[in-house]
Ligand binder design. Structure first.
Ligand code: ADP
Ligand code: ASP
Ligand code: MG
Length: 405
């Protein structure tokens, strides 16, 4: 008997009818002779609504309380889904993150899974029950509830698949798979049949929210194929796996965009050893992840240092950086929240010249000004005005001929 781990995202369980639809799909998987573990996200926009509610109480809610609050969203959907499955005549049980054995560190709002102890899941499966696990949540060593970061239910699902020894993990969502770009921005985007872990990881890290990056990382580490497909139909979807078909003709596999970035520039920092360390160490201690970092060549013994953080971290990051920059003798710190980033990604770009030039030419033909550029072996990212992101994605999609397989 095969063990299946399925995950259903928020839009797939947004109302009672959709929950009943998901229940029918789960029943079908059970009828096909599988043991079924389901991970579910909060209904529709519940998580956003809970965050808004907390912000109406206070601008800076306590992280512990916020995580506990947000975890309730997944309790609502998992219990309702268990009821819906039982109504169809199947045995089901819903489990919280703790009951499913999801142990995490104590970094509230971005906790990492340390280990999964799925004893209860296994014992419920032995009783022939369908197990429905609340995604996105875990528990730390103090028995406080933690959450894994936005989109984290994907990570719950892949972690459970790994710890239970499932052959694959199925992620059901509101689109038919992984596309060459976000279909909401680029209607001409094409669904990929397969994509490698590395490319998917770059796409997800640079904004393609179809998958939580850490879920892809776990899939790669444990070599678990991840199927991404629609919860509303039966089209085949995209498999994220080790050997993706190399697209020989078209070496860019996809375009990612991200508008959840904020840029911080420390202006006229004295150019002396230790300044960058003094700025970034306290950010690291506060667990703020810093992305693109650019330091200009020094002019008259001072330099400008620019980096990006996620917008939710901006207030905290500025409160850390401003005093450090001041004591280091920098002129001032400036924050900019009007930017976004667009990336082209493809393992076929490695060691092949011309991709960067074509990307920059395409953006310039659109009259788009590039503020910062960063690269990895398989990615080129440009930071541009947020307002031009859609134009950039569409123009790059055309320039790299991504609509053609
Ligand atoms: P869920 O609630 O099921 O987890 P998400 O909203 O987190 O769903 O992710 C699905 C969304 O990801 C899609 O609706 C789509 O707009 C967006 N998306 C971004 N990039 C891509 C891409 N390359 N392929 C498919 N969808 C993408
Ligand atoms: N409900 C959480 C969120 O909206 C987790 C998830 O959907 O994966 O981010
Ligand atoms: Mg998601």
């Amino acid at each position: 008997m095969a063990l299946l781990v399925q995950k259903y995202g928020g839009s797939s369980v947004a109302d009672a009818e959709k929950i009943k639809n998901v229940a029918r799909r789960i029943a079908r998987a059970k009828d096909e002779g599988n043991q079924v573990v389901v991970v579910v996200s909060a209904m529709g926009d519940t998580t956003d609504e809970l965050i808004n509610l907390a912000r109406q109480i206070t601008e800076r809610p306590t992280e512990r309380e916020l995580d506990l609050l947000l975890s309730t969203g997944e309790l609502v959907s998992s219990t309702l889904l268990a009821m819906a499955v039982e109504t169809l005549g199947y045995k089901a049980v819903s489990l919280t993150g703790i009951q499913a054995g999801i142990h995490t560190d104590s970094n509230f709002s971005r906790a990492r899974i340390l280990r999964v102890a799925p004893r209860r899941v296994v014992s419920e499966l032995k009783k022939d029950r369908i197990v429905i696990v609340a995604g996105f949540q875990g528990v730390n060593q103090d028995m406080d509830i933690t959450t894994l970061g936005r989109g984290g239910s994907d990570t719950t699902a892949v972690a459970l698949a790994a710890s239970l020894g499932a052959e694959s993990c199925q992620i059901y969502t509101d689109v038919e798979g992984v596309y060459t770009a976000d279909p909401r921005l680029a209607p001409q985007a094409r669904k990929l049949t397969r994509i490698g872990y590395e490319e998917m990881l770059e796409l997800a890290t640079y904004g393609a929210r179809i998958m939580h990056p850490r879920a892809v990382e776990l899939g790669q580490f444990y070599n678990i194929p991840i199927l991404v497909a629609s919860s509303f139909g039966d089209s085949p979807g995209t498999t994220i796996c080790k050997e993706a078909s190399m697209e020989v003709r078209n070496r860019v596999s996809g375009i990612a965009h991200d508008t959840n970035i904020a840029q911080i520039t420390v202006i006229a920092t004295p150019h002396s050893p230790g300044t960058a360390a003094a700025l970034f160490e306290p950010l690291a201690r506060a667990n703020i992840s810093v992305d693109t970092i650019v330091q200009n060549a020094s002019v008259e013994a001072t330099t400008d240092l620019t980096f990006t953080v996620s917008r939710n971290d901006l207030v905290k990051a500025m409160s850390i950086v401003e005093p450090v920059a001041k004591s280091a003798g920098a002129k001032k710190c400036v924050a900019d929240c009007t930017l976004g980033q667009v990336s082209i990604i493809g393992s076929g770009m490695q060691n092949t010249p011309g991709y960067a030039a074509r990307m920059f030419r395409t953006l310039s033909e659109q009259g788009i000004n590039i503020r910062l550029i960063t690269t990895s072996e398989i990615r080129i990212t440009c930071i541009i005005s947020e307002e031009r992101i859609k134009d950039a994605v569409q123009a790059l999609h055309r320039a790299f001929e991504l609509e053609f397989a």
